[in-house]
Structure formats: structure tokens, C-alpha cells
Design a protein around this ligand. Structure first.
Ligand code: FES
Ligand code: FES
Length: 213
């Protein structure tokens, strides 16, 4: 496909997906659009060659979560957060704001921290998803979990799974972060109890003891 044709397709996908998402539907990928009232497998959206349409019935998809391939049936509009919590019973991933502003629902996708409430499950096929449960059972991250416990980093604890996941990503990317890098790295995660100083201390202490593997 020529660049200008590809650009037209991408622009059409963006316009359609915004409209569709506001109606409670979503996008499957940059070249995959979900529209209401269409059945799975229909292709070539009217006037939009190359786009594939899904909806509005359930889809069978497969997600690789914490090392396991999991099959689930979802509506195309289902967020990764809802799929994890309601379909896979992985409730360590918290729903707090449900609009990408608190970090409570943070998971790793191919090792990078992402907010799962703003991510469509259908887009995550073929990706490596790690939740707080996966961090908790991975021996490589045990020093980080231990450090959170040693520093009594939680009050109510509701924000902690998301902060733990983002801290794991931070220490993988920057093994010896400065205090400022820790604060900046965790800036997207809100703790309403305000235990930030103990959280930052826990991450810094973990790094000083050798970090995560
Ligand atoms: S619940 Fe996803 S960012 Fe707040
Ligand atoms: S420990 Fe309560 S929100 Fe962070």
C-alpha cells in the first residue's frame, strides 16, 4: 500500500474508532475497526478498504497472561482491565478511575507499563501481559515485593498492585534510579493514602540491594 493510501486508511480508522468508542465499541488494531451491528468476520468497511470489522456479538480471543495462554469470550469493546478482572478473575489489577488517570490498573505489556483501563483486550492478542499476580509469583521480582513489605509501603493497599507493577518496569529500565527518577517514574500512579515517601524508599532500597531480575 502506498504511503498516502495507508495514511487515508489510518485517518479513516481514527475517525471511525473515536465515534465507535464513544458509543461503547472499540478498535482491534490500527487497521481493524469495531462497529456496532456488524458480525464477526465482515471485512471491507463501507468506503474504507482494508479495514476489518468486528461486532457486536462476543468474540473468542486468546491472551497470554502471566505466562499462561488463556481463552476467553468478550465483547469487542471490552477493556483489558475488565477482561482481567471479570473474565480471568485476576483482581489484583484495580479499577479506580477507569479513565487512565490514576495508574491503579497498571499491567506490563511486553515488559512496558500500561494502564489496562484504556487498552482494548482484543488488541492484546499475541502480547505478553503481566499483572500484579505475575509480579508476585516471579522470583525475579521478589526483592521488590519484600522491600515494599519491609518499608510498610501500603496503608489501605489499593494502589499498591499498580505501583508495584510500575516499579518493576522502572527498575527493569533503570536498575539504579535516582530519587528524582523514582518520583518521575511513578508519577502516573496516585496513592490516596499518601504513602509516597515509603513507596519511594522501598523502590530505592530494592535498587540498592541489587534490584530485580
Ligand atoms: S483505573 Fe486505569 S488509570 Fe485509573
Ligand atoms: S495505600 Fe491507600 S491508596 Fe495507596
Amino acid at each position: 500500500m502506498h504511503d498516502d493510501e495507508q495514511s487515508d486508511v489510518q485517518q479513516a480508522a481514527f475517525r471511525t474508532s473515536r465515534r465507535g468508542f464513544l458509543k461503547g465499541v472499540g478498535i482491534a488494531s490500527a487497521a481493524t475497526v469495531v462497529l456496532p451491528g456488524l458480525s464477526l468476520g465482515q471485512e471491507e468497511a463501507a468506503g474504507t478498504p482494508g479495514l476489518k470489522e468486528f461486532g457486536s456479538g462476543p468474540l473468542e480471543i486468546s491472551l497470554k497472561v502471566n505466562g499462561d495462554e488463556r481463552k476467553l469470550s468478550i465483547e469487542p469493546r471490552t477493556t483489558l482491565l475488565d477482561a482481567l478482572r471479570t473474565k480471568l478473575a485476576l483482581t489484583g489489577t484495580k479499577e479506580i478511575c477507569d479513565r487512565g488517570s490514576c495508574g491503579g490498573c497498571t499491567v506490563l505489556v511486553d515488559g512496558r507499563a500500561m494502564v489496562s483501563c484504556m487498552t482494548l483486550a482484543i488488541d492484546m492478542q499475541g502480547r505478553e501481559i503481566t499483572t500484579a499476580e505475575g509480579i508476585g509469583k516471579d522470583p525475579g521480582f521478589a526483592p521488590l515485593v519484600d522491600s515494599f513489605c519491609e518499608h510498610d509501603a501500603a496503608q489501605c493497599g489499593f494502589c499498591i498492585p499498580g505501583i508495584l507493577v510500575r516499579s518493576a518496569a522502572l527498575l527493569k529500565e533503570i536498575p539504579n534510579p535516582t530519587p528524582l527518577e523514582i518520583r518521575e517514574g511513578l508519577a502516573g500512579n496516585i496513592c490516596r493514602c499518601g504513602t509516597y515517601s515509603r513507596i519511594f524508599d522501598a523502590v530505592e532500597a530494592c535498587a540498592k540491594k541489587g534490584g530485580v531480575a
